[in-house]
Design a protein around this ligand. Structure first.
Ligand code: NAD
Length: 355
């Protein structure tokens, strides 16, 4: 039997653990997995592109546990009352190849993306960064706000979305979180005076959510929405005068903001900053960019954490996902009717033949 976690189970787990404790534990586990980067078998994800979006498969293994995620990205979906991003994922035991967990990852993706963004910002933003601009107030946005509140103590948000309903939804959802929310009329005014600027919009094109003149010296940009070929959010000029940090350069050069730059433009992988091998922010005046596209190790981390927390909290169910014959060499036995059924079926067949 395989453990199954629905989105509702995952929400229950977060509730049982406590949201703040959950965020801190997730960030801590992400940090630990980024630090043992070389233990993982890695590959840039498989992506099947179509005019309306992309479907991706994201595998990672540490030699003990294998993880994969199925995820899409369809920016036009909300006009059909569907989500832009939906996902599910699984863990398997490397020693036997048997699946051990299958889970919704629509919610888990939003959690791990918020946590990875906050982890990067904790190492790259200027100390004392408490004000964040949040541009794009769709499905992912509250998760970013909560992760930054839990990890960096961000307490003031300057928000903007082209869709007024999304702004209202965001304010409603965040009403009890004790953050000051300032509604802005455009991305330019949202970014003004912010220590951190998060862009998390969805549009399958080379968009310019942030142009070069919008960003004050010393800001940290958490660029999350540009995550596949032909889908970006930042002006090239802004990239050229910033320090750029990525999850996995081989994947980000194809999918991230840096697809706009040459193949050898210098970037730093986040794991090297976390381990102290490479410097992070060069000065208080530098502009740092975390060019987030989402990497398979982050999915591995949250799936493993959810598996462990399902055990700790007793939340989740079991499903009969794979065939398990009593004799492992007798898979065919599962096609045989049981003896009792066989007896019941046989006379019926005979009657049919006689007729
Ligand atoms: P969503 O469709 O629910 O929300 C996107 C929001 O952006 C909408 O409210 C839309 O009105 C707004 N928007 C679009 N253009 C805008 C503009 N020019 N200015 C201001 N707002 C604008 O999507 P979502 O699920 O929140 O995902 C947002 C983006 O994040 C997607 O592009 C998705 O692919 C990406 N994403 C990245 C990662 C990662 O790991 N980097 C993970 C998950 C999602």
């Amino acid at each position: 039997m395989v453990t199954f976690l629905s989105a509702r189970d995952i929400a229950r787990i977060v509730g049982e653990v406590g949201a703040r404790r959950f965020w801190l534990r997730l960030v801590d586990e992400l940090r630990r997995d980024f630090l043992r980067w070389d233990a993982f078998e890695k590959s840039a994800r498989y992506a099947s592109h179509s005019p309306r979006g992309v479907i991706e498969l994201m595998p990672a293994s540490d030699g003990e546990t294998f993880a994969f995620k199925f995820v899409n990205g369809h920016p036009g979906n909300t006009s059909l009352n569907l989500q832009t991003v939906v996902a599910f994922g699984a863990l398997a035991d490397v020693a036997t190849g048997y699946p051990t967990l299958i889970a919704d990852m629509t919610l888990a993706t939003a959690l791990r993306t918020g946590a990875t963004s906050a982890l990067a910002a904790a190492h790259l933003a200027r100390p004392g960064s408490k004000t964040m601009a949040l541009i794009g107030l769709g499905a992912q946005s509250e998760f970013q706000a909560c992760a930054f509140q839990a990890v960096l103590g961000v307490d003031r948000l300057r928000v903007f979305d082209v869709d007024p309903d999304a702004v209202e939804k965001f304010e409603r959802n965040m009403a009890d979180y004790g953050m000051t929310i300032v509604r802005c009329t455009d991305a330019y005014s949202a970014a003004a005076g912010a220590d951190i600027v998060t862009t998390i919009t969805a549009d399958k094109k080379f968009a310019t959510i942030l142009s070069d003149n919008m960003i004050p010296l010393g800001a940290h940009i958490n660029a999350v929405g540009g995550d596949c070929p032909g889908k970006t959010e930042l002006a090239r000029e802004l990239l050229l005068r910033s320090q750029i940090f990525v999850e996995y350069a081989a994947q980000t050069r194809v999918e991230g903001e840096i697809q706009q730059l040459g193949p050898h433009h210098p970037v730093t992988e986040l794991r090297d900053v976390l381990s102290g091998r490479r410097p992070g922010r060069a000065s208080n005046d530098a502009i740092t960019i975390f060019d987030s596209v989402g990497f398979a190790i982050e999915d591995f981390t949250i799936l493993r954490l959810l598996r462990d927390l399902a055990l700790e909290t007793g939340v989740g169910g079991k499903i009969d996902l794979i065939a398990e014959p009593e004799n492992p060499k007798d898979l065919f036995s599962l096609l045989h009717p049981l003896d009792a059924e066989r007896e019941e079926v046989a006379p019926r067949l005979k009657t049919k033949q006689l007729a």
